[in-house]
Design a binder for this molecule. Structure first.
Ligand SMILES: CC(C)(COP(=O)(O)OP(=O)(O)OC[C@H]1O[C@@H](n2cnc3c(N)ncnc32)[C@H](O)[C@@H]1OP(=O)(O)O)[C@@H](O)C(=O)NCCC(=O)NCCS
Length: 176
């Protein structure tokens, strides 16, 4: 099944909140405690949070959808960076989230979302694209390495009251 990818507007905030929570649960249930996952969903994945994120000048989001009827199966979001001092610098942007339901892994949809995020970061004259990833997320780490990301550090990431030491990766966007 082919997923198509399109850029979001503020009108997509409710859909983004839904796919944000659903893909987070699918990816981390059985791996991160349920109460921590649910607390994280309640704190970050609600329509007004996405609406306000999309009002920020550097934020862009994309939805992956399938027919019939453009059902959402994944999303990606580019934002201003939110990393501890010393890890990010002027000119960085963050690939805050890139999530696809597992049924669509390997379909090329995440590569399309990544290409769009990189193109948008370049268009915004960003020098680097940063991201944080769970240290045990081998599939995501392999995907990021294939795209060209390299590790530049570690940050503490909280999901509910669980803390993880996430590798922080960077992709240089200097002219090729
Ligand atoms: C991360 C994600 C967007 C990548 O998309 P994808 O469609 O799975 O990516 P691809 O299939 O193009 O690439 C994944 C690569 O990892 C490899 N891989 C898969 N499982 C692996 C594993 N357990 N260990 C190492 N490599 C693995 C795949 O073989 C593939 O490499 P290949 O193309 O050379 O064969 C997707 O897996 C996803 O949504 N995961 C769940 C949510 C998530 O973790 N998001 C990122 C949070 S930081």
């Amino acid at each position: 099944m082919i997923a198509t990818v399109r850029e979001c507007t503020e009108a997509d905030a409710a859909t983004l909140a839904l796919i944000g929570a659903a893909t987070l649960l699918e990816a981390f249930a059985g791996f991160v405690p349920g109460d921590a996952l649910l607390a994280h969903c309640r704190k970050y994945h609600f329509p007004a949070a996405y609406e306000s994120a999309l009002q920020q000048p550097q934020t862009r989001a994309w939805l992956a959808e399938v027919e019939p009827g453009a059902a959402p199966v994944g999303y990606a979001m580019l934002t201003a960076p939110d990393f501890p001092a010393g890890l990010s610098h002027e000119g960085d942007l963050e690939l805050r989230r890139i999530y696809l339901f597992s049924k669509f892994h390997g379909s090329g949809a995440s590569r399309r979302m990544m290409d769009l995020a990189v193109a948008s970061a370049r268009q915004q004259n960003a020098k680097r694209l940063l991201l944080g990833v769970h240290p045990d997320n081998q599939r995501a780490l392999a995907f990021y390495r294939k795209v060209g990301f390299v590790q530049i550090g570690v940050r503490t990431f909280h999901v509910g009251d669980c803390a993880f030491q996430d590798p922080v990766l960077a992709l240089s966007l200097n002219a090729e």
